[in-house]
Design a protein around this ligand. Sequence first.
Ligand code: SF4
Length: 222
Amino acid sequence: MIKTYTPSHFEIFDKCPKQYYYRYIQKLFLPQKDDFTELGNNIHALIRYYLQGDNIEHLLKNTSSEVLTHWNNIKSHPIMGLESIALEWGFDCHLNDNNWLRGQIDAVFYDKNNSKYIIADWKSGKNIPENPPSAFQCMIYLYAFFNAQKDLGLNFSHNDLEFQYIHTLNNSLSPSPVVYSQKKEEIYKKNFIEIISKIEKLEIMPQIKQCKDKKCTYSALC
Ligand code: SF4
């Protein structure tokens, strides 16, 4: 059977296998407390329309002051001056055997002065991972985009690709880019396969002796 994993699968399993069991095995899809907000959705949409060349003036006139504040910051970010080569790019990337990685990248830019491809992920809140190089979203996006280059008619080396979280309100909150490498590709693939192997063995509810996550959606069930 084909199995498809998203960054959320790996993030949740890594955080708590019991939470993974509730969500993906028992399929208890309770509302997540950190899911996309309306603010984030509106900013993502504005950026996409702008980058694909649509006239967004009527949207700006009818949007909230909060969204406008984010927009006025992000529109002057240097990355917005680069060539965008993919917007909300969805992928299914083969990993091994019957396992695939799935996701959707907000935007990919090409910096021709430095010959770099930059995967951008917009963040409008405080949900930027503390350590972007170890975030599954970062690892999966780098792995998938690099491996899709032939399908996309591109030809570049590992070091020509980087991933960057970009805060839409405050540029100083955007962490440094994560540059890809051959070594990272090997490590990422090994990590993905190892975590899938652990997920495949998760047949019964795992026992967690102590849980400090008082905000967990499933705390009432645990
Ligand atoms: S309450 Fe704690 S142990 Fe239970 S699912 Fe949530 S994070 Fe895991």
